[in-house]
Structures are given as C-alpha cells and as structure tokens.
Write a new protein. Structure first.
Length: 190
C-alpha cells in the first residue's frame, strides 16, 4: 500500500481550530465550574473514557501507520498494524488503572506532530504560540503515559481552590483567544 500524501493545513486554519477548541473548553470550565470540576475528578480512573480515548488513539495510530511512508519498514506495515491493535487490546485488558490518563497522553503525543508540521518553515507569533503548545502537549503526554497518577494529582490540586481553577481556565481561554485572533488576522491578510 502506497502512503497517501495529504497537503498540510495552513497555519491560520490550525490556529482557528485549536484556538476555538481551547477557548470553548476553558470558557465552559468557567461557566459550569462545579459540573466541570466534578467531571474532571472522575476522568483519570474512568473506564468509559479510558476505553474511548484508547480507541481514538489506536485508530489514529492505525491511520498513520497505513498512510505514512515507513521506509525500510514498509514491508512490515501489516505486522505493525496488527501489533498496534494487539498492544491496545492488551493495555485495555491488563492495565485498567489510569487508562484514560495514559490514553490522553497518547492522544497529546499524536496531536503534537501535525501541529508542529504545520508550523514548519513559518514565521511570526502564531508559529511560536502553536509550537509552544505542541511541545507542551508532547511533554505532558510523556508524563501522562509514564506517570498517569500525576494527572489525578494535578486535577485535584487545580480543582481544590476556586482561584486555581479560575486561573487555569482564564489562562486556557486567553491562549485560545490569542490563537483565534492571530489566526483571523493572518487569514484576512493572506
């Protein structure tokens, strides 16, 4: 199977999508504070969210394996894809503790790549803002996969006091708005 080469999305589009998502999620966290805090505290040990996020990470990994040029490993593509499915099943079956935290870490690691690829050979504030966000996702993803209990501890610490929760939500909202506004500015210029 030959790899499929999709064109990279443009920088303003990625900024608008990620900025809208960040701003929307963090605004909801401010508006429905108690509901979000209660929900966030259940996430690290949730079997439902663990299964859902692991399925998404597995599908994304399968898609990447099927469409990426693997170089000298291309003849082993089918074996790699079977290995991905087997590893996901074994993780789901035998490592149920903090499965959603680990799966979220996998997704953050997967999401960092296309964002960084979009910023390649770009210039300006938007490139830096997206690159910083992607590297932060990669770093957090590594910690979530390797030490998933930190996810539970971080949520407990942030949600312990209203001021911490609000500061976190305002930070995410403002970062999302920065991405949105700069994305709109670049889209209108280009």
């Amino acid at each position: 199977m030959d790899p499929i080469n999709f064109p990279n999305p443009n920088l303003p589009l990625v900024a608008l999508l990620i900025g809208g998502l960040l701003a929307g999620v963090h605004l909801f966290g401010l508006v429905a504070r108690e509901t979000c805090i209660t929900w966030a505290r259940t996430i690290p040990r949730s079997r439902f969210w663990g299964t859902t996020l692991l399925a998404l990470a597995t599908l994304w990994t399968l898609y990447m394996t099927a469409t990426t040029d693997l170089g000298e490993f291309s003849p082993m593509r089918n074996a790699i894809m079977i290995g991905v499915v087997a590893a996901a099943f074994l993780l789901w079956k035998f490592v149920p503790d903090f499965l959603s935290s680990r799966s979220l870490g996998f997704l953050l690691l997967l999401a960092a790549h296309p964002v960084l690829e979009t910023t390649f050979l770009q210039a300006g504030l938007l490139k830096v803002a997206l690159a910083v966000l992607a590297y932060a996702w990669a770093l957090v993803g590594l910690f979530l996969v390797g030490m998933p209990y930190l996810h539970r501890d971080a949520i407990a610490w942030v949600s312990e006091k209203r001021g911490r929760w609000d500061l976190h939500c305002w930070g995410g909202l403002l970062y999302g708005l920065l991405l949105l506004l700069d994305g709109v500015r670049l889209e209108m210029m280009g």
